[in-house]
Write a protein that binds this ligand. Structure first.
Ligand SMILES: *[C@@H]1O[C@H](CO)[C@@H](O)[C@H](O)[C@H]1NC(C)=O
Ligand SMILES: *[C@@H]1O[C@H](CO)[C@@H](O)[C@H](O)[C@H]1NC(C)=O
Ligand SMILES: *[C@@H]1O[C@H](CO)[C@@H](O)[C@H](O)[C@H]1NC(C)=O
Ligand SMILES: *[C@@H]1O[C@H](CO)[C@@H](O)[C@H](O)[C@H]1NC(C)=O
Length: 267
Protein backbone atom coordinates (compact mmCIF):
# COMPACT_ATOMS: atom_id res chain seq x y z
CA UNK A 1 0.00 0.00 0.00
CA UNK A 2 2.81 2.36 0.87
CA UNK A 3 4.31 1.70 -2.51
CA UNK A 4 1.17 2.63 -4.46
CA UNK A 5 0.69 5.76 -2.47
CA UNK A 6 4.24 6.92 -2.98
CA UNK A 7 4.08 6.18 -6.70
CA UNK A 8 0.85 8.12 -6.96
CA UNK A 9 2.52 10.95 -5.19
CA UNK A 10 5.50 10.79 -7.52
CA UNK A 11 3.75 10.47 -10.82
CA UNK A 12 0.36 12.05 -10.40
CA UNK A 13 -2.81 10.75 -11.93
CA UNK A 14 -1.88 9.46 -15.36
CA UNK A 15 0.60 6.90 -14.10
CA UNK A 16 -1.98 5.38 -11.83
CA UNK A 17 -3.08 2.59 -14.17
CA UNK A 18 0.51 1.65 -14.95
CA UNK A 19 1.26 1.40 -11.27
CA UNK A 20 -1.70 -0.80 -10.54
CA UNK A 21 -1.01 -2.99 -13.55
CA UNK A 22 2.41 -3.60 -12.08
CA UNK A 23 0.83 -5.16 -9.01
CA UNK A 24 3.21 -8.09 -8.59
CA UNK A 25 4.75 -6.67 -5.44
CA UNK A 26 6.23 -3.27 -4.96
CA UNK A 27 9.53 -2.35 -6.45
CA UNK A 28 12.08 0.00 -5.02
CA UNK A 29 15.27 0.55 -6.96
CA UNK A 30 18.29 2.20 -5.45
CA UNK A 31 20.21 4.00 -8.15
CA UNK A 32 23.96 4.43 -7.94
CA UNK A 33 25.78 7.64 -8.77
CA UNK A 34 25.62 8.62 -12.45
CA UNK A 35 28.70 7.93 -14.56
CA UNK A 36 29.11 10.64 -17.16
CA UNK A 37 30.49 9.77 -20.58
CA UNK A 38 29.66 6.06 -20.31
CA UNK A 39 26.86 3.73 -21.48
CA UNK A 40 26.13 0.04 -21.05
CA UNK A 41 26.17 -1.35 -24.57
CA UNK A 42 24.20 -4.36 -25.78
CA UNK A 43 21.59 -4.84 -23.04
CA UNK A 44 18.94 -2.25 -23.92
CA UNK A 45 15.42 -3.62 -23.69
CA UNK A 46 13.51 -0.37 -24.23
CA UNK A 47 14.12 3.11 -25.65
CA UNK A 48 11.87 5.80 -24.25
CA UNK A 49 11.76 9.30 -25.65
CA UNK A 50 11.40 11.96 -22.97
CA UNK A 51 11.06 15.71 -23.35
CA UNK A 52 13.98 17.71 -22.02
CA UNK A 53 13.05 19.26 -18.72
CA UNK A 54 13.70 19.47 -15.05
CA UNK A 55 12.39 15.98 -14.29
CA UNK A 56 13.69 14.03 -17.27
CA UNK A 57 16.29 12.09 -15.28
CA UNK A 58 13.90 11.17 -12.51
CA UNK A 59 11.30 10.18 -15.12
CA UNK A 60 13.84 7.88 -16.70
CA UNK A 61 14.55 6.27 -13.31
CA UNK A 62 10.80 5.84 -12.78
CA UNK A 63 10.41 4.10 -16.12
CA UNK A 64 13.18 1.74 -15.08
CA UNK A 65 11.47 1.04 -11.77
CA UNK A 66 8.25 0.13 -13.59
CA UNK A 67 9.98 -2.29 -15.94
CA UNK A 68 10.58 -5.39 -13.80
CA UNK A 69 13.76 -6.51 -15.52
CA UNK A 70 15.34 -3.05 -15.76
CA UNK A 71 18.63 -2.95 -13.86
CA UNK A 72 20.37 0.12 -15.27
CA UNK A 73 19.76 3.10 -17.54
CA UNK A 74 21.60 5.07 -20.21
CA UNK A 75 20.50 8.60 -20.87
CA UNK A 76 21.11 9.69 -24.42
CA UNK A 77 20.74 13.31 -25.50
CA UNK A 78 19.29 13.39 -29.00
CA UNK A 79 17.81 16.61 -30.17
CA UNK A 80 17.48 19.91 -28.45
CA UNK A 81 14.25 19.02 -26.72
CA UNK A 82 14.41 15.24 -26.39
CA UNK A 83 16.47 12.64 -24.57
CA UNK A 84 16.32 8.88 -25.02
CA UNK A 85 16.03 6.95 -21.80
CA UNK A 86 17.41 3.47 -22.42
CA UNK A 87 16.42 0.68 -20.04
CA UNK A 88 18.82 -2.28 -19.77
CA UNK A 89 18.23 -5.67 -18.21
CA UNK A 90 21.82 -5.95 -17.04
CA UNK A 91 24.45 -3.71 -15.48
CA UNK A 92 28.14 -2.98 -14.98
CA UNK A 93 28.51 -5.74 -12.37
CA UNK A 94 27.22 -8.50 -14.60
CA UNK A 95 28.86 -7.14 -17.77
CA UNK A 96 31.76 -4.86 -16.80
CA UNK A 97 33.20 -5.05 -20.31
CA UNK A 98 30.02 -3.62 -21.82
CA UNK A 99 30.29 -0.35 -19.92
CA UNK A 100 31.94 1.68 -22.67
CA UNK A 101 33.10 5.29 -22.88
CA UNK A 102 30.44 7.02 -24.96
CA UNK A 103 30.70 10.78 -25.28
CA UNK A 104 27.68 12.70 -24.07
CA UNK A 105 25.82 9.78 -22.50
CA UNK A 106 25.15 9.19 -18.85
CA UNK A 107 25.04 5.73 -17.30
CA UNK A 108 23.35 4.87 -14.06
CA UNK A 109 23.36 1.46 -12.41
CA UNK A 110 21.29 0.24 -9.49
CA UNK A 111 22.23 -1.55 -6.32
CA UNK A 112 22.20 -5.03 -7.80
CA UNK A 113 21.23 -7.55 -5.13
CA UNK A 114 20.93 -10.23 -7.81
CA UNK A 115 24.63 -10.25 -8.45
CA UNK A 116 26.24 -13.61 -7.64
CA UNK A 117 23.45 -16.02 -8.66
CA UNK A 118 21.02 -15.77 -5.78
CA UNK A 119 18.38 -17.93 -7.47
CA UNK A 120 18.61 -21.66 -8.15
CA UNK A 121 17.64 -23.78 -11.12
CA UNK A 122 18.20 -21.15 -13.78
CA UNK A 123 15.61 -18.84 -12.30
CA UNK A 124 15.41 -15.20 -13.34
CA UNK A 125 16.48 -12.79 -10.64
CA UNK A 126 14.75 -9.39 -10.51
CA UNK A 127 16.34 -6.49 -8.64
CA UNK A 128 14.43 -4.18 -6.30
CA UNK A 129 11.74 -6.50 -4.96
CA UNK A 130 11.04 -7.62 -1.39
CA UNK A 131 13.05 -6.75 1.69
CA UNK A 132 16.00 -8.72 0.30
CA UNK A 133 16.28 -6.37 -2.65
CA UNK A 134 15.53 -9.09 -5.20
CA UNK A 135 13.11 -11.87 -6.08
CA UNK A 136 13.43 -15.07 -8.08
CA UNK A 137 11.10 -15.94 -10.97
CA UNK A 138 11.08 -19.74 -11.11
CA UNK A 139 11.14 -21.78 -14.31
CA UNK A 140 8.21 -24.13 -14.75
CA UNK A 141 8.20 -26.88 -12.15
CA UNK A 142 10.31 -25.15 -9.52
CA UNK A 143 9.01 -23.44 -6.43
CA UNK A 144 10.29 -21.76 -3.30
CA UNK A 145 11.63 -18.33 -2.54
CA UNK A 146 14.86 -19.14 -4.37
CA UNK A 147 13.34 -21.72 -6.77
CA UNK A 148 15.31 -24.23 -4.75
CA UNK A 149 12.48 -26.66 -4.30
CA UNK A 150 12.96 -29.55 -6.68
CA UNK A 151 10.62 -31.74 -4.63
CA UNK A 152 7.72 -30.48 -6.71
CA UNK A 153 9.47 -29.85 -10.00
CA UNK A 154 10.35 -33.31 -11.27
CA UNK A 155 9.62 -35.60 -14.18
CA UNK A 156 8.13 -39.00 -13.41
CA UNK A 157 9.81 -42.21 -14.52
CA UNK A 158 7.06 -44.84 -14.45
CA UNK A 159 7.80 -47.39 -17.15
CA UNK A 160 8.12 -50.99 -15.96
CA UNK A 161 11.15 -51.29 -18.25
CA UNK A 162 12.98 -49.00 -15.77
CA UNK A 163 12.78 -51.50 -12.95
CA UNK A 164 15.79 -53.64 -12.03
CA UNK A 165 13.63 -56.76 -12.23
CA UNK A 166 12.96 -56.12 -15.91
CA UNK A 167 15.34 -58.23 -17.99
CA UNK A 168 16.38 -56.19 -20.99
CA UNK A 169 15.27 -57.19 -24.43
CA UNK A 170 15.67 -53.97 -26.39
CA UNK A 171 18.67 -52.01 -25.15
CA UNK A 172 18.22 -48.32 -24.56
CA UNK A 173 20.29 -45.67 -22.90
CA UNK A 174 19.79 -42.34 -21.14
CA UNK A 175 21.84 -40.23 -23.49
CA UNK A 176 18.84 -37.95 -24.09
CA UNK A 177 16.99 -38.26 -20.80
CA UNK A 178 17.73 -34.94 -19.11
CA UNK A 179 19.26 -33.23 -17.47
CA UNK A 180 16.64 -32.62 -14.83
CA UNK A 181 15.03 -33.81 -11.61
CA UNK A 182 13.33 -37.20 -11.79
CA UNK A 183 11.25 -39.35 -9.48
CA UNK A 184 10.81 -43.12 -9.81
CA UNK A 185 7.15 -43.96 -9.49
CA UNK A 186 4.58 -46.56 -10.41
CA UNK A 187 5.94 -49.50 -12.36
CA UNK A 188 9.48 -48.07 -12.29
CA UNK A 189 9.73 -48.53 -8.51
CA UNK A 190 10.26 -45.85 -5.90
CA UNK A 191 14.01 -45.21 -5.80
CA UNK A 192 17.37 -46.19 -7.22
CA UNK A 193 18.95 -49.41 -5.99
CA UNK A 194 21.95 -48.92 -3.72
CA UNK A 195 23.54 -52.26 -4.46
CA UNK A 196 25.28 -53.57 -7.53
CA UNK A 197 22.76 -54.89 -10.10
CA UNK A 198 23.11 -57.57 -12.77
CA UNK A 199 23.90 -56.45 -16.31
CA UNK A 200 21.14 -56.20 -18.94
CA UNK A 201 18.39 -54.95 -16.68
CA UNK A 202 15.87 -52.12 -16.73
CA UNK A 203 16.00 -51.60 -20.46
CA UNK A 204 19.71 -50.97 -20.68
CA UNK A 205 22.89 -53.01 -20.97
CA UNK A 206 25.15 -51.36 -18.40
CA UNK A 207 22.88 -51.17 -15.39
CA UNK A 208 23.02 -48.03 -13.25
CA UNK A 209 22.82 -48.11 -9.44
CA UNK A 210 23.44 -45.59 -6.67
CA UNK A 211 26.67 -46.02 -4.74
CA UNK A 212 26.20 -44.92 -1.13
CA UNK A 213 23.11 -44.16 0.85
CA UNK A 214 20.12 -41.94 0.22
CA UNK A 215 20.35 -38.63 2.11
CA UNK A 216 18.11 -37.56 4.99
CA UNK A 217 15.62 -34.71 4.54
CA UNK A 218 17.87 -32.40 6.53
CA UNK A 219 20.84 -32.96 4.24
CA UNK A 220 19.02 -31.34 1.32
CA UNK A 221 20.28 -32.10 -2.17
CA UNK A 222 23.59 -34.01 -2.11
CA UNK A 223 26.00 -35.29 -4.72
CA UNK A 224 26.15 -39.04 -5.23
CA UNK A 225 27.81 -41.40 -7.63
CA UNK A 226 25.86 -43.64 -9.96
CA UNK A 227 27.82 -46.72 -10.98
CA UNK A 228 27.13 -48.65 -14.17
CA UNK A 229 27.69 -52.35 -14.13
CA UNK A 230 29.65 -53.76 -17.01
CA UNK A 231 31.21 -56.95 -15.67
CA UNK A 232 32.69 -55.03 -12.75
CA UNK A 233 30.16 -53.26 -10.55
CA UNK A 234 31.45 -49.77 -11.17
CA UNK A 235 33.00 -49.88 -14.61
CA UNK A 236 31.62 -46.40 -15.39
CA UNK A 237 30.38 -43.71 -13.03
CA UNK A 238 28.57 -40.37 -13.12
CA UNK A 239 27.92 -37.75 -10.41
CA UNK A 240 24.24 -36.95 -9.89
CA UNK A 241 22.31 -35.14 -7.17
CA UNK A 242 19.79 -36.72 -4.83
CA UNK A 243 17.27 -35.17 -2.51
CA UNK A 244 15.04 -36.66 0.13
CA UNK A 245 11.60 -35.05 -0.13
CA UNK A 246 10.19 -36.78 2.95
CA UNK A 247 8.11 -39.56 1.46
CA UNK A 248 10.07 -39.92 -1.78
CA UNK A 249 13.37 -39.15 -3.42
CA UNK A 250 14.19 -37.04 -6.45
CA UNK A 251 17.32 -37.39 -8.54
CA UNK A 252 19.02 -34.83 -10.72
CA UNK A 253 20.01 -37.08 -13.60
CA UNK A 254 22.45 -35.93 -16.24
CA UNK A 255 22.56 -37.54 -19.65
CA UNK A 256 24.77 -40.59 -19.82
CA UNK A 257 27.85 -39.85 -21.93
CA UNK A 258 27.18 -42.79 -24.25
CA UNK A 259 25.10 -45.93 -24.78
CA UNK A 260 24.17 -48.32 -23.29
CA UNK A 261 24.23 -46.79 -19.83
CA UNK A 262 20.90 -46.32 -18.03
CA UNK A 263 19.42 -45.38 -14.65
CA UNK A 264 17.28 -47.96 -12.87
CA UNK A 265 14.55 -48.02 -10.27
CA UNK A 266 13.60 -50.49 -7.57
CA UNK A 267 11.26 -50.69 -4.57
C1 LIG B 1 17.23 1.44 -28.90
O1 LIG B 1 17.86 2.44 -29.69
C2 LIG B 1 19.12 2.05 -30.21
C3 LIG B 1 19.75 3.26 -30.88
O2 LIG B 1 18.83 3.93 -31.69
C4 LIG B 1 18.92 0.89 -31.16
O3 LIG B 1 20.16 0.47 -31.67
C5 LIG B 1 18.30 -0.27 -30.37
O4 LIG B 1 18.02 -1.34 -31.25
C6 LIG B 1 17.02 0.17 -29.70
N1 LIG B 1 16.61 -0.93 -28.82
C7 LIG B 1 15.34 -1.26 -28.61
C8 LIG B 1 15.09 -2.43 -27.72
O5 LIG B 1 14.42 -0.66 -29.10
C1 LIG C 1 19.70 -22.16 -18.26
O1 LIG C 1 19.19 -21.26 -19.22
C2 LIG C 1 20.05 -21.07 -20.33
C3 LIG C 1 19.48 -19.98 -21.21
O2 LIG C 1 18.10 -20.11 -21.37
C4 LIG C 1 20.21 -22.40 -21.06
O3 LIG C 1 21.07 -22.24 -22.16
C5 LIG C 1 20.80 -23.42 -20.11
O4 LIG C 1 20.87 -24.69 -20.72
C6 LIG C 1 19.94 -23.53 -18.85
N1 LIG C 1 20.62 -24.41 -17.89
C7 LIG C 1 19.99 -25.34 -17.16
C8 LIG C 1 20.82 -26.11 -16.20
O5 LIG C 1 18.79 -25.54 -17.28
C1 LIG D 1 7.79 -48.19 -21.88
O1 LIG D 1 9.01 -48.22 -22.62
C2 LIG D 1 8.93 -49.01 -23.80
C3 LIG D 1 10.30 -49.14 -24.39
O2 LIG D 1 10.83 -47.88 -24.69
C4 LIG D 1 7.92 -48.37 -24.74
O3 LIG D 1 7.81 -49.13 -25.92
C5 LIG D 1 6.57 -48.28 -24.04
O4 LIG D 1 5.68 -47.58 -24.87
C6 LIG D 1 6.71 -47.56 -22.71
N1 LIG D 1 5.44 -47.68 -21.99
C7 LIG D 1 4.82 -46.64 -21.51
C8 LIG D 1 3.56 -46.92 -20.77
O5 LIG D 1 5.22 -45.49 -21.65
C1 LIG E 1 28.48 -31.62 -6.75
O1 LIG E 1 28.68 -31.87 -8.12
C2 LIG E 1 28.73 -30.70 -8.90
C3 LIG E 1 28.74 -31.11 -10.36
O2 LIG E 1 29.43 -32.30 -10.57
C4 LIG E 1 29.94 -29.88 -8.51
O3 LIG E 1 30.03 -28.70 -9.28
C5 LIG E 1 29.83 -29.52 -7.04
O4 LIG E 1 30.99 -28.85 -6.62
C6 LIG E 1 29.61 -30.78 -6.19
N1 LIG E 1 29.32 -30.37 -4.84
C7 LIG E 1 29.87 -30.95 -3.78
C8 LIG E 1 29.45 -30.42 -2.46
O5 LIG E 1 30.68 -31.85 -3.89
Amino acid sequence: MFCYLSLLFLFGGWFYSLTVANHDGCRRLKFLEPINGYALIGHVIKNISLPVGMHMYSHCRNWCTMEDSCTSINMVPREKNEIICQLSDSDQLQHPNDLKPTAGLIYRGTENKCYGNKCYNNATCLVGFTDKGYKCICPLGYTGQYCENECRGYTKLTNNTRRTTYVTRTKKCDKHLGPGWFRFQGNAGTKMPTTCQPMSRCGTYKTGWLRGTHPSVAEGAVNRTVCFRYHSCCKYSIIIRVRNCGSYYVYYLVNTPFCNLGYCGTD
